[in-house]
Every structure is written in C-alpha cells, then in structure tokens.
Design a protein around this ligand. Structure first.
Ligand SMILES: *Cc1c(COP(=O)(O)O)cnc(C)c1O
Length: 433
C-alpha cells in the first residue's frame, strides 16, 4: 500500500489517536473502510474542502449530508454572525425556533407538529419512545442496512432471508434491547408480511429510511413504501420515516413528498441544521401531543432548539424554499454517479451509478442493489484503491463503499468535469491492483 494521503498530517493523527478513541469522534470519519487514515480539515468554501496541509478537495461528503448549499454559504454564515452577538443559548423559548418548526411543518406533508432535538439519533430514539407509548407495544421492525442513529434498539442487524429476532450489533447493547427489534431485508414485502403475521400485535412501529442512504443509495421498489403504509395500518402499528438524510435532500418535502406516502411520524436532522447540531421528530398532531409537556411521554434537552442551530437551519431551508433546486441537483448527481461508474467500467471493473435528488450512489458491482445483502457483494478492494486515487487527485468521496454521496447547489459543471477526469485515471490505477 502507498503512503496514506494523510502524509504530512501524521503528527496530528498521532495526537488524535492518543486522546480520542480511534482518533475520530464518529467512526465514519476514520478511513477504515478504505484501509487508510483521514485527512484533517481546516476550511471549507463552496464545493471545496481544504486540509491542514493546504490541499483542496471537491467535497462529495458535505459533512455527511447537512451542507446542501455547500461550505460556508453566505445566507447561513451571515445569519450565524448576526445571532452570535446576541448570545449562544437562553434556556427560554425563542422566535427563531418557532420559525424553524413552522417551516418544517409547511414543507413536510406528514408533519403537523414537530419537536426540535440535537441530533438524528435523538430524533429517532424519541420517535421510538412515542411509538411505543401510543401503541402500548414494545417491538419495532427495521430493515438491514438502514441506520437510525446509535440508540440501543436500532443497533441491530440480522441474517438475511427471513425475519429473525435481532442480535446486538454492538457489545453493550443488551439482549433485551436487541430482542425488541425485528430485522428484515429492504424491499422484501414478503418478509415484512411474515413478520407481522407472526408478531404483528407486538410491533409498535416500522422504521425505514424511505431511500436508504446508509448502505450506498438504495431506492424503494415501486409500491414498497405504499405497501408498508397499508400493512402498518392493518396491524395498528406506526409507520416512521427516518428522513434524517432524505429530508430536504431528495425533494423539498423529503421522500414523503417525492413518493407521496404519508408516514405517522418522521425523524429529520442534517439539512435542517445547516451544519450545526439539530434533529427533529414530528407527525400527526394527536400523536405529537402525547409528548411532554403536552402529554405524558417525556423527552427534553438543555440545548434543544438552540438559537445558533435554528438560525442556520432557517437560513438554509429558506434558501431551498425560494429556489427549489432539486431537479437541477438530481441532474448533477446523475452526471457524477453515472460518469464515475462509466469510468470504472471502462477500466474493466463492474460499476453502476444512481441518483435520487441530491444523493447519489456508485456501486462496484454489475447491477443496482435492492437491499444491503446485495450491496455487500460489491468489490470493496477495488473501491478502496479507487477512493485513494480520487483523494490523491483532489476528490473527496465517502471513505466507504457503503455510503451515499452528496452534491450541493454550488457544485457545477466544472467540478463535475474535474471529478470525471480524475475518475478515469483513478479507475485505471484501481484496475491494476
Ligand atoms: C445520520 C443519520 C441518523 C443519525 O443522525 P445523527 O445526527 O448522526 O445522530 C439517523 N438516521 C439516518 C437516516 C441518518 O442518515
């Protein structure tokens, strides 16, 4: 293997490893998935990210989703500058948090009432508590490859094929927590029906990323989301769309607007915070009014609805609402993903690309995957070599073959051309092994 691209940042990496587990504050940032070490970011502007050595990258990670207007957009930065002179947190209600809630309710069809929290993890975890409270049931059903944050009940995957009772994915998750979670493959309605037939009266909710963005990018097959809506209704379980990634990414109103399926509850995050820590969960009024202090389901947060985070989110969502850039973003994301896949295929490695709104996926396999089980058959070694070649040429793709990519409103034709030229060279290198 060649020197890691982090060469020159070796000292910083050594310091990080000494005081932070694995050197990073979130595992996805380590370059484990591509057998390398991360670079340290120093600055972002528009579609670019610079590392501490002054190297510039075209950024398709965008803080793992939030930065749909690119780095340091004027609208967000000036809103933050204006707010910060007035203080960072009050512990009392603010007009700006009401404004963000109003905006989310206006734009997301299934959200009538919304509670702001600090992360996507908090959002899904709280939605699960609420679903359990209103149904009086304890189990949940999720799909392999869907990530719903790191709360215990969600850290479960399972063998493929039939519905199985989950086993913990991580030490520290109790068998009890894992045992409440039923896991089935995405896009497999027979497995969902089977799970409901066997234990439908115990299932509080189905949690789903309506478009999976945490196992590459996997689209729901025609009718899949609609059928989940019907089955959950039939058995009295809630349907929860985890739109932490897809919200304001695949369409202005999220996947629920794009696919016209109305979930009972929705979790969001990422884009609604403009790069600051925000999450939210919302849904039908009578469900959300069970949340304290309107109702008995307790959930709280010292910094929830933080003014800096909410002004940043407001600025970003206001821009999206005025410009509705999603058709152009999808065109761009298609160019990037199909272009990269074509370059990789031309070098003799199987590859296929796809895009939904501003999210894209490139898979090192013959066909688009329908589930995580299929994603796992990708050529991960070739991807690791390709990733390194792209990074060396100034293109930052997510350091894992199992992650979606993102474009922003400030990525343009020039960045795409540079990216695809780099892809041709990186693919040839990757093919040589
Ligand atoms: C990122 C993500 C989460 C977790 O959000 P955090 O803010 O990282 O806690 C949950 N669900 C989905 C679909 C995500 O993409």
């Amino acid at each position: 293997m060649k020197e890691p691209v982090a060469h020159g940042q070796v000292e910083l990496w050594r310091r990080a490893l000494a005081v932070i587990p694995g050197g990073v504050n979130s595992p996805v940032r380590s370059f484990h998935g591509v057998g390398s070490t991360p670079f340290f970011a120093a600055r972002g502007e528009g579609p670019f990210l610079w590392d501490t050595e002054g190297r510039r990258y075209i950024d398709y990670v965008l803080s793992w989703g939030p930065l749909i207007l690119g780095h340091a957009p004027t609208a967000v930065i000036s809103a933050l500058a204006e707010q910060i002179g007035r203080g960072t947190s009050y512990g009392a209600p603010t007009a700006v948090e009401v404004e963000l809630a109003e905006r989310i309710v206006r734009l997301m069809p299934a959200v009538e009432v919304v509670r702001l929290v600090n992360s996507g993890t908090e959002a899904t975890m709280s939605a699960l508590r609420l679903a359990r409270a209103v149904t009086g049931r304890e189990k949940l059903l999720k799909f392999t490859g869907c990530y719903h944050g790191h709360a215990d009940a969600f850290l479960v995957s399972a063998g493929s094929g039939v519905a199985t009772l989950g086993l913990p994915d991580s030490p520290g998750v109790t068998r009890g927590a894992a045992g409440d979670t039923v896991v089935v493959p995405f896009n497999d309605l027979d497995a969902v029906r089977d799970a409901f037939q066997r234990q439908g009266d115990g299932l509080a909710a189905v949690f789903v990323e309506p478009v999976i963005g945490n196992a590459g990018l996997i689209e729901p097959l025609d009718g899949f989301l609609e059928e989940l809506r019907k089955i959950t209704q039939q058995y009295g379980a809630l349907l929860v769309f985890d739109e932490v990634m897809t919200g304001f990414r695949v369409a202005l109103g999220g996947a629920q607007a794009r696919y016209r399926v109305t979930p009972d509850l929705t979790s969001i995050g990422k884009v609604i915070g403009g790069g600051l820590p925000v999450g939210a969960y919302g849904g039908r009024r009578e469900l959300m009014e069970q949340v304290a202090p309107a109702g008995p389901v307790y959930q709280a947060g010292t910094l929830s609805g933080n003014p800096l985070a909410t002004v940043a989110g407001n600025a970003q969502l206001a821009w999206l609402e005025v410009h509705d850039p999603f058709a152009r973003l999808e065109e761009l994301a298609e160019k990037v993903s199909h272009g990269i896949a074509a370059a990789v295929r031309a070098a003799g490695i199987p590859a296929v690309g796809t895009a939904v709104g501003s999210m894209f996926g490139v898979f090192f396999r013959e066909e688009l995957p329908r589930s995580f089980e299929e994603v796992k058959t990708s050529d991960v070694k070739a991807f690791a070599r390709f990733h390194r070649g792209m990074l060396e040429r100034g293109v930052f793709l997510a350091p894992s073959p199992f992650e979606a990519g993102f474009v922003s409103t400030v990525h343009g034709e020039e960045e795409v051309a540079t990216t695809l030229a780099a892809a041709v060279e990186a693919a040839q290198e990757a093919a040589q092994g």
